[in-house]
Design a protein around this ligand. Structure first.
Ligand code: NAP
Length: 329
């Protein structure tokens, strides 16, 4: 059958900087046959970059193209619901960027399609495929830290207004719940659910330090999971003068530290630390390989709509808990 004939909907940062390089390295598996962006310059430039493929300003035109077997949706988050629904109507395989939808109702409706849909539906939650976090999961399963009982993840950074993501207006005037907390924090929830089990309860406190980057930018989320893991996820995007990304996984016989999205350290009392570096741990290559395998081989993807729906339920549950509503997993 050859490479999957792919249409790209949305020619922005994710498509250009994250997906395109991977698709270039997987030319035996993917062939971009059409692209869409509602503004002409971006559509033209991407089409040119992809080897002079046809482009359109209207994504429904791309969906109508019978040559397009699968679509890669990299649009502003609030557009995911409508676009995925239309892609399904046209019987395309779908890979859509995270989070699945702008709110729980829409995510639930999309997840319900998965049960009976004949094509492949996948959310591009690259952290699910990151060799770094997969390694942490293996270490836990191998029993290297005994029983995991604590997970503490600190993400402290400053989201400057000139950051490329902060420059996209749809993120600042967000029509999806949670702003950057949801947009980026959904990755952390995906990892925590994978490593620690489903969330059973939790409560968050939320703050807006810099309203210039959206309705909220700071959150502490205290949680417990069905695997009896307790922990705190701290996401602070307006921290002045300090930066950290550190996940501490505490077990009865040791501790795993995952730092800066690239290094794992195993610490055990009385032993030398074991350190491993994962410079290429984005998970983008692996997610597209999984998508290919499912489309051509007929299997199930790791990052299903259902998992993405569950991630969003926890993320928005945390946000709602800060408004006085309890988290429901
Ligand atoms: P972006 O740069 O704003 O890209 C979105 C693109 O969609 C823009 O080029 C925009 O064009 C275009 N667009 C908007 N409305 C459209 C419409 N009706 N029809 C066709 N094109 C339209 O944003 P981004 O950073 O790429 O984010 C896109 C998605 O990727 C989001 O879901 C985000 O969460 C996700 N993402 C994931 C990661 C990751 O690591 N997994 C990283 C970044 C982003 P204009 O700019 O001309 O309006």
């Amino acid at each position: 059958l050859g490479p999957i004939k792919l249409g790209i909907i949305g020619c922005g940062i994710a498509a250009r900087d994250l997906h395109f390089p991977v698709l270039q390295s997987l030319k035996d598996k993917f062939k971009i046959v059409m692209v869409c962006n509602h503004t002409e310059q971006k559509a033209r430039e991407f089409a040119e970059m992809a080897g002079g493929v046809p482009w359109t300003l209207d994504y429904k035109e791309l969906l109508k193209n019978p040559e397009v077997e699968a679509v890669d949706i990299t649009l502003p988050i609030h557009m995911n619901y409508e676009t995925v629904k239309n892609a399904v109507r046209f019987k395309k395989h779908v890979i859509v960027e995270k989070p699945l939808a702008a709110n729980i109702e829409e995510a639930k409706k999309l997840a319900s399609i998965e049960k009976h849909y004949k094509g492949v539906l996948m959310v591009a939650e690259n952290y699910r495929y990151s060799p770094l976090y997969l390694k942490a999961g293996e270490m836990i399963k191998e029993g290297l830290i005994g029983e995991l009982y604590g997970a503490f993840w600190d993400i402290f950074r400053r989201m400057d207004p000139d950051n490329k993501y902060a420059k996209t207006r749809w993120r600042i005037e967000h029509q999806y719940e949670g702003g950057f907390i949801t947009d980026a924090g959904i990755h952390n929830i995906a990892v925590l659910r994978t490593l620690c089990g489903d969330f059973s309860t939790g409560i968050a406190a939320i703050e807006s330090i810099n309203p210039g980057i959206g309705k909220m930018d700071s959150m502490s989320f205290l949680f417990a999971t069905s695997h009896m893991v307790k922990g705190v996820l701290n996401i602070y995007y307006s921290v002045d003068g300090y930066r950290e990304d550190k996940l501490l996984l505490i077990g009865t016989e040791g501790t795993i530290i995952v730092e800066d999205g690239s290094r794992i350290t195993l610490k055990k009392e009385g032993d030398q630390d074991t350190v491993a570096d994962f410079p290429e741990s984005g998970g983008y290559l692996e997610e597209f390989e999984d998508f290919y395998k499912a489309v051509r081989g007929g299997g199930k993807v790791l990052s299903t709509f259902h998992e993405a729906y569950m991630d969003l339920t926890v993320m928005l549950g945390a946000i709602h808990s800060a408004e006085g509503k309890p988290v429901k997993a």
